[in-house]
Design a protein around this ligand. Structure first.
Ligand SMILES: Cc1cc2nc3c(=O)[nH]c(=O)nc-3n(C[C@H](O)[C@H](O)[C@H](O)COP(=O)(O)OP(=O)(O)OC[C@H]3O[C@@H](n4cnc5c(N)ncnc54)[C@H](O)[C@@H]3O)c2cc1C
Length: 314
């Protein structure tokens, strides 16, 4: 008989686990307080880039695995995933542990732009080929695949794992919900605010952590980010902050002033010093939460690990 698996959470962490488990002989129910589009995963930028994870070497395999997975999916336009050029800028005088993130890159995905081609104030620029995951397209795409595979979705807040005692395995992908569900206060919100302007998909993804500034040209809008606000629990934007973000963008790229501002949003990254991917000893619970600003970058690698842990629970 197939094992009954409960997944708590319907963000990218929960859905990616459901994706791999549903390829095997499991009977899966996803429980979530909220579904797309009302979750953090919809607020992500979401380009593949290791962020918040660089000190955790387990992340190298997880990131690379996800990269390869998205690259394969990018061959089908319906997924909302495309391979995009990303320009990563380091400014003069900034000491960054830049070689660390390079270790996470698949071989050949990254090159350094020659010094004589750099604009003033810029110390080093990398050109990287990365997957861009348009959350507004990919999350519904993924959910539809799972429905076709008979995964059951139930809107329900889980307050205690005992509520899921009829399941053989529980996979906890509750992100910030783990603060209450597991009493794990080491997972904290890191708020990100972003502005949306009219898009120009001919532009590359642009990332300058010192300004800070990132530009993500999706099909529906260009994301202009953003903030990194630790321990802020209010999932809302502040007009003055959005104006500041736009002014930073205009300073670097004055031509963007021509593009109409069409919105803004805020999301809470579920940050933890280390992503928690483990089987809790003596229980049937596997945890998969705390992916911070790299939830999409890590998702399918972590989901592979969760599949392996699930197969080991007898
Ligand atoms: C502005 C911004 C930009 C970002 N950019 C990027 C990027 O470019 N690249 C990248 O890789 N990442 C990015 N991220 C990070 C990414 O969004 C997150 O890491 C990722 O969405 C986390 O996914 P998750 O599934 O773990 O959590 P969530 O999407 O928060 O999903 C959690 C799920 O658990 C459910 N839940 C919680 N508690 C309970 C409970 N008790 N009972 C039942 N259900 C529960 C929720 O309802 C929800 O369904 C960005 C984030 C922000 C805010």
């Amino acid at each position: 008989m197939s094992k009954k698996v409960a997944i708590v959470g319907a963000g990218i962490s929960g859905l990616s686990c459901a994706y791999f488990l549903s390829e095997k002989n499991y009977n899966i129910t996803v429980f979530a307080k909220d579904f797309s589009p009302n979750i953090t995963s919809n607020r992500a930028a979401a380009f593949w880039f290791p962020y918040h994870i660089r000190n955790d070497k387990r992340g190298i395999n997880w990131c690379r695995h996800s990269y390869n997975f998205y690259e394969e999916l990018s061959k089908d336009a319906n997924t909302g995933i495309s391979m995009k050029q990303l320009i990563k800028v380091l400014r003069d005088g900034v000491v960054e542990e830049e070689p660390v993130w390079i270790e996470f890159m698949p071989p050949g995905a990254c090159k350094i732009i020659p010094q004589d081609e750099l604009p003033p104030g810029v110390f080093k620029t990398y050109e990287v080929l990365v997957p861009l995951i348009e959350t507004q397209l990919f999350l519904p795409y993924l959910q539809n695949i799972l429905l076709d595979r008979n995964v059951v979705f139930k809107q329900k807040a889980i307050n205690n794992f005992n509520e899921l005692s009829s399941f053989d395995v529980i996979i906890n992908c509750s992100a910030l919900g783990a603060r209450e569900l597991c009493n794990d206060k080491t997972v904290i919100p890191v708020r990100g605010q972003i502005a949306l302007i009219e898009t120009d998909t001919s532009r590359p993804v642009y990332l300058d952590n010192e300004m800070p500034l990132y530009l993500v040209p999706r099909k529906d809008a260009m994301i202009v980010g953003g903030t990194y606000e630790e321990n802020v629990f209010e999932e809302k934007t502040e007009p003055a902050t959005i104006e500041r973000i736009l002014n930073i963008a205009y300073k670097t790229f004055p031509e963007l002033k021509q593009q109409k501002v069409i919105g803004s949003w805020a999301g809470l990254r579920p940050y933890r010093n280390e992503v928690r991917v483990e089987h809790e000893a003596g229980t049937n619970i596997i945890h998969n939460y705390g992916h911070g600003g790299s939830g999409f970058t890590l998702a399918f690698g972590c989901a592979e690990e969760v599949l392996r842990l699930t197969e080991n629970i007898k």
